[in-house]
Design a protein around this ligand. Sequence first.
Ligand code: IMP
Ligand code: MG
Length: 186
Amino acid sequence: MEEKRATYADLKDDLLLTKEQIARRVQEMGKQITSDFAGKDLTVICILKGAVMFFVDLVREIDLPMTMDFMAISSYGSATKSSGVVRILKDLDKPVNGKDVLIIEDIVDSGMTLSFLKENLLSRGAASLHIATLLDKPERRRVPLHVDYFGFTIPDEFVVGYGLDYDERYRNLPDIGVLKPEVYRK
Ligand code: IMP
Ligand code: MG
């Protein structure tokens, strides 16, 4: 057994998803995307910062020509509930008009962030727009949203690790776990 890291003390004992489970699922998603987009030249967009781990792992499982771009948005502040207000903190470097775009995001919660992004990129003239997200919390959806690729459906609990943060922390954990509520209540 591997020794658990110091910060795992802030997580509930049973990890929600281990790095092995994540890696297996990401590999499957990569295969699926590779076959679905055969013949296309993808523009893959990483939504910073939460999706960064998922992004770097997933793109290496996609066997297609692609370019990458990065966008940073904020909808959360440091709380654990969506504010509903989406701000672009860093925009794409290149235009997406005429491109086949795949957005790579960490988690769909209320759905507000991705529905904003979808509208935003379509209004810039993307030829097609698909979404891949590692996690989905369907119980918390507030706006309807079609997502093309989901990694895992999870219960309505606040999770961290593998890119996901609470107040910018825990992103470096290789697994995903539920944050103990006393950590964000204090
Ligand atoms: P939505 O706009 O409510 O769908 O929120 C999506 C964003 O909220 C994600 O990109 C995450 O940054 C953040 N988020 C939602 N749930 C969690 C969670 O359980 N842990 C960490 N971040 C979360
Ligand atoms: Mg976040």
